[in-house]
Design a protein around this ligand. Structure first.
Ligand SMILES: [Zn+2]
Ligand SMILES: [Zn+2]
Ligand SMILES: [Zn+2]
Length: 320
């Protein structure tokens, strides 16, 4: 027996260190609660993904806790690991979680054979996994801000079903949208995001480009307008030692707004074959992930929602 089984608060608890090192799921019937006591966040994440992807309801719904003592060791991964599990407990004390654990385990016991009829690769199966999980956890499906995800937002525990990053993005959104359209989930607006037209990435670099040659290495100059002689030129040409003087009529410029103003900027293209000067610079968008160049109006605009089970959703879980 590799796994360390102990009894706490009258519940059987598996300490998962060996299971995580070996990436092997323990027999789910041996304990009521699983506790992660491994200090490598990468291996913990791999193991939690394995649990979430499991087709066995006794595994993918198993109450599983992290130890608060290891939160510092997990560092930047600590929130991600929390969103993939039932959260942190301190010193193996989960006495206040006992009703939570019992509700989940009663649900598992009642429903453990109901998965048998499903095609395990169908969207319907994924949807039931989602509804069952959020039903037993009494939690809403909230997008996490996550700079490692494709778009900057992720439904971490749902995306974890899929190995491929693009599948994780498209399929998780599709499943949530279908469940919303089917009435099992209600949704609330969270944010709007702009994504690459080619790969849906949210990592985009916006910058002014030359309208003639699309080069983005531009020099920006402020314009100065001398009221008395109506001359307009770039600020550099007005500098005379520590003063400003008009290059056309040679008068000194003293007060901004009184004898001169700054009507705007001018861009100079630094492409030597182009040297174009222009005032209105269009913005170009460069996708950091797939390198596609596009204009802002080509970007895909997507709304981000949080979801919660509706009464119909609850009914479907109970009657499934
Ligand atoms: Zn140019
Ligand atoms: Zn002048
Ligand atoms: Zn892209």
């Amino acid at each position: 027996m590799l796994d360390n089984i102990i009894e706490i608060h009258g519940k059987k608890v598996v300490l998962l260190e060996h299971a995580i090192t070996n990436n092997l799921l323990p027999d789910p019937s041996l304990a009521d609660v699983w506790v992660i006591n491994h200090n490598d966040p990468k291996l913990v994440k791999r193991f939690l993904y394995k649990i979430i992807r499991s087709e066995d309801i006794r595994i993918n719904l198993k109450p599983i806790f992290l130890q608060k003592e290891l939160k510092k060791v997990y560092s930047l991964s600590s929130d991600l690991l929390k969103s993939l599990s039932d959260g942190y407990i301190k010193w193996l004390n989960f006495i206040d979680k006992i009703p939570y654990i019992e509700t989940i385990n009663n649900f598992i016991e009642k429903n453990q054979y109901k998965y048998d009829d499903f095609d395990k690769t169908s969207d319907e199966f994924y949807t039931f996994k989602i509804l069952n999980y959020y039903y037993t956890r009494k939690k809403n499906i909230v997008p996490n801000i996550n700079r490692k995800s494709l778009t900057g937002y992720s439904y971490t525990r749902i995306e974890a079903f899929f190995e491929n990053k693009n599948d994780a993005y498209t399929k998780s959104r599709m499943l949530l949208r279908e469940a919303f359209l089917g009435g099992s989930l209600a949704r609330n607006y969270v944010d709007t995001s702009h994504l690459c037209k080619n790969c849906h990435s949210g990592f985009l670099n916006f910058r002014e480009v030359c309208p003639k040659c699309t080069n983005h290495n531009l020099k920006v100059r402020n314009l100065i307008h001398h009221f008395r002689c109506a001359y307009v030129g770039i600020d550099k040409d007005f500098v005379l030692k520590d003063k400003l003087a008009c290059p056309k009529c040679s008068s000194e410029l003293k007060n901004l707004g009184v004898d001169y103003d700054k009507p705007g900027k001018i861009f100079l293209c630094k492409n030597k074959k182009c040297n174009h000067e222009f005032q209105d610079a269009p913005v170009g968008v460069h996708c950091v992930d797939c390198k596609t160049e596009q204009s802002p109006d080509e970007l895909i605009v997507k709304k981000i929602y949080a979801y919660e089970l509706t009464n119909l959703g609850y009914q479907q879980v109970i009657e499934q």
